[in-house]
Design a protein around this ligand. Structure first.
Ligand code: TYD
Length: 196
């Protein structure tokens, strides 16, 4: 089973992926926790780029790099873990490309189509949503590095607007403004329902 957590920077995805993996493990379901950008060569290149001063790549070039990183991710981590019968939980997946590169003017539906040609569709996608003010406040609180070029407020508001347009039975919007335990409980309930 493949589960993706999505949402704007500051929504709490990383905390929630960890809580979900721990809760599944406690119920005897082995889970693999993974994330994008990956630790592979394209992922490392992307992190350096995002931490840089300027967003000098074109939207198409960004999309190409994130897609290359995702191909590595699917081939090296996701597909083997699914084949081994594990639950895979990924912190960001191709909906991030649709939302973030879509917010730069590319067509989100086209981006999803490019990805679904090689990347398995998740059984569940949780889109964590909270107001931009709250997301930015959280980013400021936990900031250990200078803001990434992808964290500019005007840009994140466009990203959130694209996330709002996604539709599908496998997509679940979760209000992420409450305490982490409350958000977790909602995510876990939906996941356990699905597993039964
Ligand atoms: P992020 O989750 O912030 O990683 P970390 O917490 O390790 O810094 O991801 C980095 C940024 O990359 C984030 O702002 C979203 C952006 N991103 C895209 O623009 N497109 C994509 O396809 C992905 C996966 C991420």
């Amino acid at each position: 089973m493949l589960i993706a957590l999505e949402g704007v920077d500051g929504a709490g995805k990383t905390t929630q992926t960890r809580l979900l993996a721990a809760a599944l493990e406690a119920r005897g379901r082995a889970a693999v926790l993974t994330r994008e950008p990956t630790e592979g060569p394209h992922g490392r290149q992307l992190r350096r780029y995002l931490a840089g001063r300027t967003r000098h790549l074109s939207p198409e070039e960004e999309l190409e790099l994130f897609t290359a990183d995702r191909r590595d991710h699917v081939r090296e981590t996701i597909a083997p873990a699914l084949a081994a019968g594990l639950v895979v939980i990924t912190d960001r997946y191709y909906y991030s490309s649709a939302a973030y590169q879509g917010a730069l003017g590319l067509d989100p539906a086209g981006i999803i189509a490019i990805n679904e040609a090689f990347a398995p569709r998740p059984h569940l996608v949780f889109i964590l949503s909270l107001s931009l003010e709250r997301a930015l406040a959280r980013l400021r609180e936990k900031r250990q590095h200078a803001p990434q070029v992808s964290e500019a407020p005007d840009y994140l508001s466009k990203v959130a607007a694209v996330y709002d347009t996604f539709q599908g039975d496998h997509l679940h919007r979760v209000d992420a403004s409450g305490p982490p335990e409350a958000v977790h409980s909602r995510i876990l309930t939906i996941t356990l329902d699905f597993l039964q």
